[in-house]
Design a protein around this ligand. Structure first.
Ligand code: SAJ
Length: 414
């Protein structure tokens, strides 16, 4: 029997698009990955990758070697199009959909009757409808779901990715998927594609519901982390150990407080809740406050470190970790990086340890901060600030911290 889909085109070869393209290809679908970044395209063509994610290099290499995965700068005709491009926000925390719109515009010329277009990029409610409007404007020869419902020539759907960086390949296959169609047939067609590759279940709904489901998942986590972060500041005021309070409270059968930290980073949880705030500013009070609490945490840590420096004639501070969470190289929206930059601007000298990068990002490099290895930093520093709980840092022999001021923002050395 002919498979439901034989060809797919994935727009955006980043943390979501590239693993998705590789997984589809590994199931026998002929996949073309598309990116505006020439270097990413060239690397994928050679079976190599431009991001760090466990096992992704092997999967991409295998898919390219079998001829099932290739990469180009422009979309090519395919039965399914998956849009997995970034959705950043502007300075005023407003969603910036320019990449999604550009992706839609780029696939319009190659669309054909019977195709399905799926948006995976995290997007404000109504984005899928907007994409379908753009496509209809560019292709008056085809019908779209807003015009013809289930009878449309092209199906349009929204299905959010929900994979955790560091475990993308496992979660891509195992997680359940919410598949929202602009019509029931659109949802069903999109689900047919995912069923070819995932072991989790597909839950079908409307595109607008699926859009808010995704935003709600990340806003839920953000609110819960904000609770932990607020509690940690309260504990400091009361001179209590926040991690002990959390650990003991979590012995209650219905309590599960998350870990306090230096703030919330990454391109998802620190961004997506603002899309809800933007859609319903008067109603999203808790969601907005959670963002403010989490965004306020780095400033609090900087003040803590500077206060510790005041007691030393020539304080030498080492920041351990720049990535937004452990054992990855992703510095996007990282509170650890923000803290290091602020400290480097305030202090005459700052040592930085980040085993997952070769060079400091420009904003930190400009301050004169020095990237060194863990041993060197522990030898030289009198104040050690643990910002990201990489495995290598957690394994540090506590004896090496004796005599130093330790600011452990993750509770990793308790
Ligand atoms: N963090 C804490 N304390 C915690 C948990 C996390 O401070 O107890 C911090 C982390 O250090 C990090 C930030 O929160 O800076 C976010 O990390 P994360 O591991 O919670 O999530 P992400 O951003 O890597 O991935 C999230 C996931 N969403 C949810 O868990 C609801 C993932 O499933 C999504 O697919 C992803 O966002 C996304 O792409 O939207």
């Amino acid at each position: 029997m002919k498979p439901a889909f034989e060809t797919a085109c994935v727009i955006g070869l980043g943390y979501i698009g590239l693993p998705t393209a590789a997984v589809l290809a590994s199931r026998g679908i002929s996949v073309t990955g598309v990116d505006i970044n020439q270097r990413a395209v060239e690397l994928v063509r050679k079976g190599k990758i431009h991001i760090v994610e466990p096992d992704l290099d092997i999967l991409v290499n295998g898919a390219v070697a079998t001829g099932k995965l290739t990469a180009t700068l422009e979309p090519v005709p395919a039965e399914a199009f998956i849009v997995a491009v970034p959705t950043p926000f502007t300075d005023g925390h407003k969603p910036d959909l320019k990449f999604v719109h550009a992706a839609a515009d780029s696939i319009a010329p190659v669309l054909a009757k019977g195709n399905v277009v799926i948006i995976e990029s995290t997007s404000p409610v109504g984005t899928t409808d907007q994409v379908a409007e753009r496509l209809a404007g560019l292709r008056p020869d085809l019908t779209f779901p807003q015009q013809a419902g289930d009878d449309a020539d092209v199906c349009v759907a929204y299905s959010p990715e929900r994979v955790l960086p560091g475990q993308i390949l496992t979660e891509l296959v195992r997680n359940d998927r919410v598949v929202g169609g602009m019509s029931p047939k659109c949802a069903e067609r999109a689900a047919e594609l995912y069923r070819m590759v995932i072991q989790g279940e597909c839950f079908l709904t409307t595109s607008r519901t699926a859009e808010l489901v995704k935003l709600s998942e990340n806003a839920f986590r953000d609110v819960n982390i904000a609770f932990a972060n607020e509690l940690s500041v309260i504990c400091e005021t009361l001179d209590l150990d926040a991690w002990e309070v959390v650990k003991l409270a979590n012995r209650h059968p219905r309590v599960n407080i998350l870990n306090p930290g230096p703030g919330v980073g990454g391109h998802c949880i620190a961004v997506d809740p603002w899309f809800i705030v933007d859609s319903a500013p008067d109603d999203a009070r808790l969601i907005r406050t959670a963002r403010e609490v989490n965004d306020g945490k780095p400033k609090h840590i900087v003040a803590q470190v500077l206060a510790a420096c005041e007691n030393l004639p020539e304080p030498r501070v080492a920041c351990l970790g720049l990535s937004y969470k452990p054992d990855i190289d992703d510095l996007r929206e990282s509170p650890s990086l923000g803290i290091a930059i602020q400290l480097a601007e305030e202090l005459p000298e700052l040592l930085v340890v980040e085993p997952h990068i070769q060079d400091l990002p420009a904003a930190l490099e400009e301050t004169g901060a020095l990237l060194i290895d863990l041993d060197g930093a522990l030898e030289r520093a009198d104040i050690v600030v643990l910002l990201t709980d990489h495995k290598a840092f957690k394994a540090v022999d506590r004896g090496r911290l004796n005599g130093k001021i330790v600011i452990d923002t993750r509770g990793a050395w308790r």
